[in-house]
Design a protein around this ligand. Structure first.
Ligand code: KG4
Ligand code: ZN
Length: 344
């Protein structure tokens, strides 16, 4: 089946994403985020996210269809995120997708959110997509995963992931320690620009020789967060001013360093000269800078899709559905459910 018209639905976290693609071409990508509602709680509240998806679903769907200039009846298939993510949030997307599939009598494809992030690269307007295999580093408020992608629709291997907090979550928690508003990633990034990244050396999680045997591709950020909290507390207890910019810069450096070091180690170990970045943390200036610098040194081609395709969105889910169809995969039967811990 060539160039199928696919509608994608993404509701794994706080973004209600509806995207429409034709083959490998992006037609529309509507995103409604409930982040504002979560801000006062200092984190995404699952119940609030689920309710927001329910409210945003139909308006987002209408907008995506209008922007794509199609009629809903024209679509060839529906793709929907079944996991991983927040259970209640996922259920809203799965329910909507099934309802559409039944009402329109169209096939439905249940897809994995993380693999969807990799599929986003195909829609990157800046050039031809990556060849496979590629290493993919996906970093957001919900996940920190390192994948070896030999084939997008049939061979994706999880090399490692965070054993505690996601990288974005660490940014959010450290921002709170420093008295910066939520979501903290962009705030830390901004404040860190004026700081000295080498003034304070914070620990790189799971990077000691012993850790590297068992957790070579895994990440840990909760020790780093605790180290920052303790450092700040000691200053405060001593009645000293906290050098917020230096703390932010030192913390940001530690996260960027460990992310890029492990991703490039995966490239070297597997003889893969390509690295794809995805997820909201890719917005981080130091992560981008360090990735560019070190990838070039290592002879690794670096690919970073535009931010609207890096953060959670429906277009990447639609594209993964289109790729499944073009590779001849059969649709899902309607008995699938949301799976908050769905493996890749
Ligand atoms: O992919 P995303 O929009 O949503 C999900 O988490 O699924 O990612 C949001 C996360 C938040 O934790 C936010 O603090 C972080 O990405 N983030 C950043 C930056 N911009 C957003 N982290 C570090 N630096 C940034 N510039
Ligand atoms: Zn995501």
């Amino acid at each position: 089946r060539s160039n199928p018209l696919v509608l994608g639905i993404e509701t794994s976290c706080d973004e209600t994403g509806i995207g429409i693609v034709r083959g490998s071409t992006l037609l529309s990508n509507t995103i409604a985020s409930s982040m504002d509602e979560h801000a006062r709680y200092g984190g995404v509240v699952p119940e609030v996210a689920a309710r927001a998806h329910l409210e945003e679903m139909v308006p987002a769907l209408n907008q995506a269809v209008a922007e794509a200039g199609i009629s809903l009846n024209d679509i060839d298939a529906i793709a929907v995120t079944t996991g991983p993510g927040l259970s209640g949030a996922l259920m809203v997307g799965v329910g909507a997708a099934k309802a559409l599939a039944v009402a329109l009598d169209k096939p439905i494809y249940a897809v994995n959110h993380l693999v969807g992030h990799v599929g986003a690269d195909i829609l990157d307007p800046s050039g031809t997509p990556f060849e496979y295999p590629t290493i993919a580093l996906l970093v957001s408020g919900g996940h920190t995963s390192l994948l070896l992608v030999r084939d997008l629709v049939s061979d994706v291997e999880l090399l490692g992931e965070t054993i505690d907090d996601a990288a974005g979550e660490a940014f959010d928690k450290v921002a709170r320690i420093l008295g910066l508003p939520y979501p903290g990633g962009p705030q830390i990034d901004r404040v860190a620009a004026a700081g000295d990244p080498n003034a304070i050396r914070f620990p790189r999680g799971l990077s000691r020789p012993k850790d590297m045997e068992k957790h070579r591709y895994d990440f840990s950020f909760s020790g780093l967060k605790t180290a920052v909290a303790r450092w700040v507390e000691q200053k405060q207890d001593a009645g000293l001013d906290v050098p917020v910019a230096d703390v932010a810069a030192g913390f940001r450096e530690a996260v960027a360093d460990v992310l890029i070091t492990k991703a490039l180690a995966a490239c070297a170990d597997h003889g893969v000269p390509r690295l794809l970045l995805g997820g909201g943390v890719v917005a981080n200036a130091r992560v981008r800078e360090l990735a560019a610098e070190r990838a070039e040194k290592a002879g690794v081609a670096l690919r970073i899709p535009p931010l609207s395709l890096c953060t959670d969105n429906g277009a990447m889910i639609a594209e993964l559905g289109a790729q499944l169809i073009m590779a001849g995969h059969a649709p899902s039967t309607l008995d699938f459910s949301a799976d908050s811990t769905l493996p890749v």
